[in-house]
Design a binder for this molecule. Structure first.
Ligand code: DON
Length: 304
């Protein structure tokens, strides 16, 4: 496995087209695009890493997998009254379906869906309490108490978050929100701003590899059925309007973020995380996707 990762890293870092870093969050525009990391974690917690796998990056929308997992734990299937579980086929920050579908987002991974999930898990608490709870959950599943939020990124998102604010206020206009919109947005921007390394992220995904249990720590995080369902959401909706392309090329449940990270799951086999800040046309890591495509071709880990 180490030889495969070293080879993939050498090949993708030599490619001239590295994609384009996200600029709509100014703090992310400052990240050096010339970085690439990859980590594979086996069910027992053994990790193989290459490239910049120990560099912290902004996990952005990958955090939505963790908040969705928390929402399922707190509300169970009642969460599906508030968000759907269909791919949207639209960009992650699109507003167009919301009006036609009465303010109910298509899935928990588009921005409108993830903002709704935060409202659902907040339950009358203050933003700082909700943020602390999300961070504690991520530290628990990754078995790493050093994981923290990059406050500069959070402030950068807050200052430029007009699109997310409009999505949130639009949904609130249907009477769907139980907490003040500003509180919900504050918690949302902060969980998107969690900083992690490829290695931490691959470990955090281990519960999705082994039917809800992180076998390296023995912790049961969710039921077997729930782990399958979270993986199915990642497969269908994890890359927004690029989800079909990702399934076609990589063949694994995966979740991307505009920080350039992708967390993927090969059920029963391994969790994988890649990071390269340059994005493709729809906002998913350009080199990260190519690397995952190479990895599944060599390992036969595609679920298809
Ligand atoms: O709200 C946003 O736009 C960002 N915090 C997260 C978007 C994101 O990561 C989309 N993923 N590819």
């Amino acid at each position: 496995m180490q030889a495969i990762l070293d080879d993939i890293t050498a090949k993708v870092t030599a490619m001239p087209d590295k994609g384009k870093v996200a600029t709509y969050i100014p703090q992310l525009a400052c990240v050096d695009p010339d970085q690439f990391g990859i980590c594979v974690a086996l069910p027992d917690g053994t990790v193989f890493s290459a490239g910049d796998a120990h560099t912290l990056f902004s996990i952005q929308s990958i955090s939505k997998v963790f908040t969705t997992t928390m929402a399922l734990g707190k509300l169970g299937d009642a969460i599906w009254k508030r968000v759907g579980r269909e791919p949207s086929g639209d960009p992650f920050n699109s507003v167009v379906q919301l009006e036609m579908e009465n303010g109910k987002p298509r899935n928990p991974f588009i921005n409108a869906g993830a903002i709704t999930v935060v409202d659902a898990i907040m339950m009358g608490h203050l933003p700082k309490e909700t943020i602390a709870e999300i961070l504690e959950f991520v530290r628990f599943i990754a078995d790493d108490n050093t994981i923290a939020i990059d406050e500069k990124v959070a402030q950068s998102e807050l200052l430029t978050g007009d699109r997310n604010a409009s999505l949130a206020h639009f949904m609130a206009s249907y009477g769907h929100f139980k907490n003040p919109v500003d509180y919900v947005l504050g918690a949302y921007f902060h969980h998107c701003s969690i900083a992690m390394t490829c290695e931490q992220l691959a470990k955090a995904a281990l519960f999705l590899v082994s039917d809800g249990v992180n076998l390296s720590t023995g912790a049961r995080v969710v039921s077997e059925q729930r782990a399958r369902r979270i993986n199915s959401l990642m497969m269908m909706c994890g890359h927004y309007d690029g989800s079909g392309e990702f399934a076609f090329r990589v063949g694994l449940p995966g979740k991307s973020g505009v920080g350039g990270g992708i967390m993927a799951v090969a059920p029963g086999k391994a969790s994988i995380s890649v990071w390269s800040p340059g994005l493709d046309r729809v906002g998913n890591s350009h080199l990260g996707t190519i690397a995952l495509e190479m990895l599944t071709q060599r390992t036969g880990w595609s679920v298809f």
